[in-house]
Design a protein around this ligand. Sequence first.
Ligand code: C5P
Length: 419
Amino acid sequence: MSLPLGPGLAGTRILLGISAGIAAYKSAHLARLLKKTDAEVRVVMTAGAQAFITPLTLQALTGEPVRTSLLDPEAEAGMGHIELAKWADIILIAPATADLMARLAHGHADDLLTTLCLASEARCLMAPAMNQAMWRHPATLANADRLRELGWTLLGPDAGDQACGDVGLGRMLEPEAILTQLLAALEQRPDKSSKAMCVHQDLAGKRVVITAGPTREALDPVRYLSNHSSGKMGYALAAACAERGASVSLVSGPVTLATPPGVDRIDVTSATQMLATVEAQLPCDLFIGCAAVADYRAAKVSEHKLKKRDDESGLTLELVRNPDIVATVAARPDRPFTVGFAAETRDLETHAGSKLERKRLDLIVANDVSREGVGFGSDDNAVTLLWLDNGQTQQQPLPIQPKATLAGAILDHIVAHLP
Ligand code: C5P
């Protein structure tokens, strides 16, 4: 379907869907802004939306009857729901609640708005609006991913104060921002399988440096010390940062993963190489130390292969400490927002909390690698975020979920706390 887009939205048929969020009061202003572009605007409201704003308000602003029910013989006698679905060039839902997102992500058609979305070939966009904890919930984040896969463009949500008193990501974008982002999204015309084009660009203009994977510390030309890190979490974070518009340098230890699209990857082997490479990438806005950096390296790397002795005696290796990369970055006068990881097998919060302070981090992502199904090598992870707020340690557990979704949830927290 091609949109009759001249300059702006003149002549475009926009179906504005309103669902049951407190931000619905801003939809009246949005309807007015859309009308001012000379678009044709018709409004569909869910049953819950009418508790926040009356259909009469939207009717007065658009000059068109507002549809609220699928089973309304009078309205169906005018423009039936299938005709309305075909009429629309664009479906824009603002606000889109968590419940509406869940229903649309799963193809429900249990009211007029969801039925229209299923029956329409229009370009579909939504501005999510909900409490920050609801937005961060893995179920909502998974629904958001599914909607993007289905071709929806998500505009926002925004970070800041919420009607319920919370602060965080989840506010509906202001109507002016919705209009601006709508126009920008229409210019991009992503194909339905392209997720990256649709993701909210809340890291646009930011420079991010991420370390990932293990390091290898040579003992001789054929042997090394290393660990089981697969690099999956760091790569998922790099992919998510790039999708959200950041310019990303991924300083990677030896792993077998493909480079995420749009990410500049620099391969290194040892901790000292990793530190030098990271320092060459600075300054940046955000540094995420996700690599499992070896704490020690051989005091002297043997030039030739170490030979087994003929007798039964053992071998003693002398090791020296490696530099702490994340702490070195955090100690710089031009320090970025610095995030570290803590893989622990016991006393997770205590150890992670002391690392947070000792390394002067803005956030530490702690995971219990002794738990079944999480951590090294697995596709899923469960973590606890720890940070300091006025000297007090704050915690937020993120339940077990795929590393890709978890990366999004960690970034939601970071974006809400970035200076
Ligand atoms: O002290 P520990 O190794 O548990 O701390 C883990 C965090 O510190 C991770 O973010 C890791 O990337 C970082 N780290 C580092 N340089 C080291 C050791 C750890 O950047 N030499």
